[in-house]
Design a protein around this ligand. Sequence first.
Ligand SMILES: Nc1ncnc2c1ncn2[C@@H]1O[C@H](COP(=O)(O)OP(=O)(O)O)[C@@H](O)[C@H]1O
Ligand SMILES: [Mg+2]
Length: 604
Amino acid sequence: MSQAEQNQGGDAAQPRDPKRRHDYEGQAKFERGLLRRLLELILPERGLVIAALILFPLVAGVQLVQPIVLKQAIDGPIKAGEVSPLAYYAGVYFALILFHALLQYVQAIVMQLVGQRVMKDVRTKLFRRVVTLAPSYFDKTPQGRIMTRLTGDVANLNEFISSGLVSVIADTVLLLGIVAVMLYMDWRLALISFALVLPLIGAIAWLRGRIRQLYRAIRNRNTALNTYLNESIIGMVIVQAFTREERSASEFKERNYGVWREQLRGVTLSSSLSAAVQLAKVLSLALLFWAALTKVFGITASLGLIVAFVDYVDRFYAPVDNLSGRYTILQTAMAAAEKVFTLLDTQEELAQPQDPTPVPELSGAVHLDNVRFQYATGEEVLHGVDLEIKRGQTLALVGATGAGKSTIVKLLGRFYDPSGGAVRWDGHDLRDFNLQDLRRRIAYVPQQTFLFSDTLGHNIALGPGREEQAKAAAEAVRADSIAKDLPEGYDQLLGERGHDLSAGERQLVSFARALASDPELLILDEATANIDGETEERIQQALETLLADRTAVVIAHRLSTIKQADQIVVLHKGRVAERGRHDELLEQRGLYWKLYRLQSEEAA
Ligand SMILES: Nc1ncnc2c1ncn2[C@@H]1O[C@H](COP(=O)(O)OP(=O)(O)O)[C@@H](O)[C@H]1O
Ligand SMILES: [Mg+2]
């Protein structure tokens, strides 16, 4: 991961590319679109949201009344020097404060509920989307990025709903209320108190533009950092084996430093926003005192009114001061929302027919019919391949690394669609079937066995209600001895990524998994891992069980598997070079003969 990844990080935010940075109108339209979709997400929780909405004016109202009580206390009993009625005012003031705290508490809980529920739903939706995406998507998307979408970005959305949204609405209601009450109490004094608001808004707008850009940079750097971290953890063995720890750590340090530097600039800018607000507040108070004391414009203010106004000005600037923090939340949430929606909108499944043909039980053969294929990289890796896999027979694919063997089997399982020609099942194009229907009839054993951090039994059955088949399959391929060796048998939890089984055992588990689904077509990308003699023998026997009377395509490395195949196809640079049975191919003294000789020498 390098420059390219960082660029891609930026690409994810397509509509915000630098060329459009100054296109504020476009930006505004774009943000309205995002906001609309965010609101759609919140729609299912509208009951709770309405409850919160009713609370907003209440909370603001309770706050607005407090300075009035103060004013009346000062201009009434305090001015007159009467002590006893003061207790009454104090009691009311205290009750208002308590009531306000209670309302805010309820409001916070309600909005947290909304935020948490939306987060849960969005995360589920995202995962559903991700599990249905085609392998081509994962070819080009770093895992770290997908992880960030489902964790950090979703959490940011929650933050937006549970705190950002509430504060923005609550603050707006409060600010409008304060302005209205002050204007009503003394409009001239009010106007003087707010004289600095306009220049302040100008300053805020200017700073906001810069903060927005900065946070975009911070996000991209964060994504880059996450991706690097993710890859390092997955590849830790490599890092250590090649003593790259120091190099890795310093690369990480550099990226981390980049994030830190931008964050620092962000904090500095946010703080200047806060400082500007504080300055405006102090100056406003000074203006207020000046106007009240010099009685300009014929202003006559009682002491109570002045105290109330000081209180209002204070309350007015508090939310404005918090604005920078909230603005950050909003910015982060908008960016997160954009990325989350991009992933939700990703249409990269394999096309499914409107009216799928039911998959018939395989009676004839599976064909590759002049198949051409290229990955997203654009270079053609299969240049017109014809194959026939007859029912009940085993076809062995052999050839040098990079010849296209794995690609062929991935096309057979319809993980990709050919770019030319077709794969046919009893004459039907695979694309005419429902994908899941087709896959249920196929078992695919990839070269890299993958075990989930689940029990051994679940790893074979891959789903509930198939325990019996799983055990039978394990016995058939002699994987049952693995269960016998484990303290908890089939219920043994395998360590993360299956580290507590040997390579050979893991292969046996993946064979059992394939057999448990009793597939009509078995696809096996044979592992080349070096395995000790005893396990090798077990795997050999397991393979024989697996392949007996089954339609199968095997990418074969073991000579014994190849020799027993009904048909051997030799691939060379994306083309079929030779085909036939073992003896026939040896007689030709071609590519197969050379490969065979190499293998025999290795074995010797
Ligand atoms: N996911 C992928 N994206 C792009 N190119 C790929 C991908 N997988 C394989 N290739 C390329 O396709 C060619 C055939 O690869 P593959 O089918 O894996 O060969 P084999 O299994 O015979 O070793 C190689 O040149 C390889 O680099
Ligand atoms: Mg391969």
